[in-house]
Design a protein around this ligand. Structure first.
Ligand SMILES: Cc1ncc(COP(=O)(O)O)c(C=O)c1O
Length: 395
């Protein structure tokens, strides 16, 4: 038997009759950028997450960039984050001239350890950027308490955490800003790139909407005023010819072109209707693995005050390379997220970290193996994965 690590075709086949008419309607409407389909998806997302405002954008990396900029973070500012994540988390910080400051993780959930944050705070620190890695919610109470005590923003990378909860509230509604990715393999995945930032602050949403469209228009001028410490009302109207938007070609901020296509919004709206069922299926698979995998592997643990969304099911073993080769030979697809912690990546060699700087992240990188987990994975396939892992350790 061959068990793929992930299989998008199964989901597409099951949703084809819903997705294709929705996408065709957008194609026929010729409204490809912005417009009612995108607005409707943003509304559905803010309702689903119970977040005040949902601002869609081009992808999850740009969601992080927009969120950082909307919090007023810029060159020279420091942002404390995890070294055990996808590269984009810290790349977004560095790409705006700010400095990622890496703090170590907890090995039991692979997330930023709140106990290590205080020691990393300097007078340049502006924000803490936790990542709910693999769909496991971070210890948000502890992280937020440290951040609030030091006047720092909490910007969460929720790219892998759509549908997760912390103390009964959806991730995406409790931090200052939350960033999502709709990369096709995410729990809510598009048919291409897509992203979103959510916030409960109207001013932040206004800045986000401006930055995603070149900082142009009336909104750009208002956003600039807000970032400069003024209020929206302080912007004077410009005189123009009748019928011409006085702000359309005025750019008050250096922003981006980061918009979600209407085609993506249409497909994502359909999939959002199935998200809870998909996450429930992932949870069932995770429970089955945890019940049946042998005791030689360290199993993932769900935080009792949170709801995991099982974006990945990640075990730990000191025999990672051997296990991966064995599973591969037996026809089981595996992932190894993430083999190099970010503080040891060549791209960050100027930051002064070395082997041993962040031991838990380094250990996680050496030991993690991700097993197949996606809603359409059959019980027979799950049993085959379990059998192969257990056979490897019993030989
Ligand atoms: C934790 C994390 N952050 C950021 C991103 C970036 O998202 P995107 O690929 O949509 O730019 C991803 C996904 O790829 C991710 O997993």
């Amino acid at each position: 038997m061959n068990v793929p690590f992930f299989d998008l075709k199964r989901q597409y086949a099951a949703l084809r009759t819903e997705i294709e008419p929705a996408v065709l309607e957008v194609l026929g409407s010729c409204g490809y950028i912005g417009g009612k389909t995108v607005e409707a998806f943003e509304k559905k997302m803010s309702a689903y997450l119970h977040a005040g405002y949902a601002v869609s954008c081009g992808n999850g990396t740009e969601a992080l960039v927009l969120a950082l900029r909307a919090c007023g973070i810029g060159p020279g500012d420091e942002v404390i984050t995890t070294p055990f994540t996808f590269f984009a988390t810290a790349e977004a910080i560095a790409s705006i001239g700010a400095v990622p400051v890496f703090a170590d993780i907890c090995l039991h959930d692979f997330n930023l350890d709140p106990a290590g944050i205080e020691a990393k705070i300097t007078d340049k620190t502006r924000a803490v950027l936790p990542v709910h890695l693999f769909g496991a919610p971070c210890d948000m109470d502890a992280l937020t308490a440290v951040a609030r005590e030091h006047g720092l923003k909490v910007i969460e990378d929720a790219a892998q955490a759509i549908g997760c909860e912390y103390r009964g509230r959806k991730i995406g509604s409790t931090a200052d800003v939350s960033c999502f990715s709709f990369y096709p393999t995410k729990n809510l995945g598009g048919m291409g790139d897509g992203g979103m930032v959510t916030t409960n602050r109207e001013e932040t949403a206004l800045i986000l909407r401006s930055l995603r469209e070149h900082g142009a228009g009336k909104r750009g001028a208002e956003a600039r005023a807000l970032l400069d410490g003024g209020t929206a009302e302080t912007i004077p109207l410009q005189e123009t010819a009748p019928g011409v938007d006085p702000y359309k070609y005025q750019n008050a901020l250096i922003g981006y072109n980061s918009r979600l296509d209407a085609v993506q919004a249409a497909a994502l709206s359909v999939k959002l209707g199935h998200l809870d069922a998909y996450n429930a299926a992932r949870e069932e698979i995770a429970a089955w693995y945890s019940q049946n995998l042998c005791s030689q592997v360290t199993l993932p643990k769900a935080r009792p005050e949170g709801k995991h969304c099982w974006h990945q099911y990640v075990i730990r073993t000191k025999r990672k390379e051997e296990l991966c080769s064995y599973l591969h030979a037996q026809g089981v697809g595996v992932g190894t997220f993430y083999p190099i912690p970010l503080h040891l990546q060549k791209a960050f060699d100027g930051l002064g970290y070395s082997e041993g700087s962040l031991p838990n992240a380094e250990q996680a990188a050496r030991e993690t193996v991700c097993l197949p987990v996606f809603p359409e994975l059959t019980r027979e396939e799950q049993d085959f994965v379990i059998e192969q892992v257990n056979t490897f350790f019993s030989r």
